[in-house]
Design a protein around this ligand. Structure first.
Ligand SMILES: NC(=O)c1ccc[n+]([C@@H]2O[C@H](COP(=O)([O-])OP(=O)(O)OC[C@H]3O[C@@H](n4cnc5c(N)ncnc54)[C@H](OP(=O)(O)O)[C@@H]3O)[C@@H](O)[C@H]2O)c1
Length: 221
């Protein structure tokens, strides 16, 4: 039987590229994002759910849907928002939003999914290269991602007992347009990033080959 894969942030640059590769490999995909139109525009066959995953009940609903037939095999969390600005420029509301979306969504999804995962399952969280070294002008975004990496470190050891692997993926800057849609501030000029489909392929290969960590250096950027 094919694997059941839940992709949160499936309407995004990385989420949609990962969905497309895993669907080609024969997986059954449940696609989740906030916006129904953007989800509908993703050229991947699968169940679609427009949900705001900042709500714990929405994380439960996403998991219930993906697990309905025969449990879940893979959860990919590619949800995220970014903001730019110095610590004194960013509002507390913006910082709270960064942590809610970037840190609490992966925590809530993992918590909801773990009991429903089949043996050999994989949870993938996209923290990012900034979780390895934070940068001025991105302190709160970077901290929200470093928290995910730290969470993944401990979750991996807890989940191993349930025969579930946790993969923390830390890709370098990738050309998905994320930096052009900040919730506050403006991106500094950056060198051209990696191609989303090549980053997605590295992540999908790691899901399939038993890799336990994906540092920035694994993306060849
Ligand atoms: N691009 C990079 O350079 C880079 C590098 C390293 C790590 N990452 C991380 O990789 C992940 C994916 O990034 P991306 O570049 O693909 O960004 P993206 O294209 O902006 O995609 C973000 C996705 O998150 C969804 N989303 C945001 N808030 C949500 C919420 N409250 N509930 C449900 N879905 C929500 C968006 O849905 P809507 O379409 O409905 O808004 C979209 O599908 C993020 O965690 C990002 O931090 C990105």
């Amino acid at each position: 039987m094919s694997r059941s894969v839940l992709i949160a942030g499936a309407s995004g640059g990385l989420g949609s590229a990962i969905a497309s590769i895993l669907a080609e490999r024969g997986d059954r995909i449940t696609l989740v994002g906030r916006d129904q139109n953007r989800l509908d525009a993703v050229a991947v066959e699968g169940r679609r759910l427009a949900l705001d995953l900042r709500l714990p009940a929405a994380c439960d609903e996403a998991v219930d849907s993906a697990a309905a037939d025969d449990g879940i095999d893979v959860v990919v969390n590619a949800v995220g928002v970014v903001a730019f600005g110095s610590v004194d420029e960013l509002s507390i509301d913006t910082m709270e939003e960064l942590f809610l979306t970037n840190t609490f969504v992966p925590i809530m999804l993992a918590r909801a999914a773990l009991p429903r995962m089949n043996d050999g399952g994989v949870i993938v969280n996209l923290s990012g290269v900034i979780a390895e070294q934070n940068l001025p002008g991105m302190a709160a975004y970077g901290a929200s991602k470093a928290a995910v990496r730290s969470f993944d470190e401990a979750l991996a050891r807890e989940a191993r007992r349930r025969k579930v692997r946790v993969l923390d993926a830390r890709p370098p800057h990738t050309e998905t347009g994320l930096a052009t849609r900040p919730i506050a501030g403006q991106a500094p000029s950056m060198p051209t990033g990696l191609d989303p489909s090549s980053v997605a392929r590295t992540i999908c290969d790691a899901i399939d080959d038993g890799t336990t960590d994906l540092p920035a250096s694994a993306f060849g950027g």
